[in-house]
Design a protein around this ligand. Structure first.
Ligand code: CTP
Length: 428
């Protein structure tokens, strides 16, 4: 049985950690809860003891014969501190040992995950930034807090992520974490766009966002900085991803292109509406008229094709600049293109598309990959309860070089991991 230490420090989000504790115990982990003294002002010792089935102490002076300040940390397979306040991050970063939790952090040799929660000002303060950087340098995993409503009326970064999402990060850490996307910035689009007909109606599609969210979650777990552009998704935010919410295809385009400027890879998992109504009514369309007016449609921008086009133009400018420089004819534009491209070449360096096909799956996929100028295309066969709204998926990934990788039916997370394997290979 894996042994998990759940450190709990004094933030209002402590109540969410009760659910995190249940997720651990219900999946068969032995959990020892180590709260700070003040955390017990929010949720008391009996709750932690009853839910964990283990004794709960905050001090090193209790059960001294068992040497808890050393033993708890030494025997843990994982320590997760949720919520981690600014104070506990500071004490951990400075190696202090003034309660049982900080003693445990010093004696633990297993992976340590911090899930910070605090007001935005505290999170953004240079002191907290420096403490987080120190902890990360030492190998701790510090999950980015979620953005949203904080205690009181204010909103901003500082919320504790959803307990199920923190649990997912921990589950992956326990399973053995790969860090092959560390230092990379990736953009994932997810969900399905909505094109307004009037203020209450829209043209939409069945995409749930599950595959895109699995991609974002797995990329965070592999160390990437993740921007998730979510179109009408109702799932909890993946812990650690920066989520940008959009509704329509044109909003999705603007958000993806802006984020892609500095991205190593872009994965377009969103189902984008190809068309939108020419006109959107400002008021609700009434059924009073005898026959409804037809809805005329106009084409939406093809975001994936545009990403490919932008990169192709940058590559050409870069190549022209390099050629001119090689021939002793350095041009201003050439140098500017080379500078913009950076040491690794034009961005985004890897572009991944998704395609849902009902027939002639591979031939249609191959033609689509070429048409859109992407590096990888994940082709799904729609039907037989696959793809939309289900936890499972099966696909073939086509590569720009003409190769293909088959992904058997399985959880969307597994498919996501294969996509990131291929992306990581191309970035290496
Ligand atoms: N896509 C996009 N912009 C659009 C339409 C699609 O960026 N306006 C992206 C999707 O996110 C997906 C890929 O293109 O990654 C393929 O989407 P799909 O709907 O299969 O392709 P279409 O171009 O719409 O082709 P068709 O409808 O003819 O199959």
């Amino acid at each position: 049985m894996t042994s998990v230490v759940l450190g709990v420090s004094a933030g209002i989000a402590v109540y969410k950690s009760c659910e995190l504790l249940r997720l651990f115990t219900e999946s068969g982990h032995d959990v020892r809860v180590v709260p700070t003294r003040d955390a017990l002002r929010f949720v008391g010792e009996p709750t932690w003891a009853a839910l964990s089935g283990n004794p709960v102490t905050t001090e090193v002076w209790e059960s001294v014969h068992e040497v808890p300040h050393v033993r708890i940390g030494q025997s843990a397979d994982l320590v997760v501190v949720a919520p981690a306040t600014a104070d506990v991050l500071a004490r951990a970063a400075h190696g202090m040992a003034n309660d049982l939790l900080t003693n445990t952090l010093l004696t633990a040799r297993c992976p340590v995950v911090f899930a910070p929660a605090m007001h935005t000002e505290m999170w953004e303060h240079p002191a907290t930034r420096a403490n987080v950087a120190t902890l990360r340098e030492r190998g701790a995993i510090v999950i980015e807090p979620a953005v949203g409503r904080l205690t009181g009326a204010d909103t901003g970064p500082g919320r504790l992520p959803d307990p199920a999402e923190i649990f997912e990060v921990c589950r992956r850490v326990l399973a053995g974490r790969r860090e092959d996307l560390a230092g990379r910035h990736v953009v994932v689009s997810a969900g399905g766009t909505r094109e307004a007909i009037d203020p209450v109606r829209f043209i939409g599609n069945r995409s749930s966002g599950l595959q895109g969210y699995a991609l974002a979650r797995t990329a965070v777990a592999r160390g990437a900085e993740v921007t998730l552009v979510a179109a009408n998704v109702t799932l909890p935010d993946p812990a650690g991803a920066k989520v940008v919410r959009v509704e329509s295809a044109r909003q999705l385009r603007d958000a993806v292109l802006a984020a892609a400027e500095h991205a190593d890879a872009v994965v377009m998992a969103a189902a984008v509406a190809d068309f939108r109504p020419v006109r959107q009514s400002d008021t609700k369309i009434k059924k009073s008229s005898a026959e409804p007016d037809p809805i005329h449609l106009v084409k939406n921008p093809d975001i994936l094709a545009e990403l490919g086009e932008v990169r192709r133009a940058r590559l050409e400018a870069y190549a022209a600049g390099a050629a001119a420089a090689g021939g002793g004819r350095e041009t201003g534009e050439g140098l500017a293109a080379a500078k913009e491209a950076g040491a690794d070449g034009p961005r985004p360096r890897v572009i991944v598309g998704f395609a849902a096909e009902t027939d002639d799956v591979l031939a249609n996929g191959r033609a689509k990959l070429e048409r859109k100028g992407c590096d990888l295309l994940v082709v799904n066969q729609v039907g037989e309860n696959l793809a939309f709204g289900t936890p499972d998926n099966a696909a073939v990934v086509l590569t720009a070089e003409g190769g293909s990788v088959e992904i058997p039916r399985g959880p969307k997370e597994d498919l996501a991991d294969v996509v990131w394997d291929l992306v990581a290979q191309r970035l290496a």
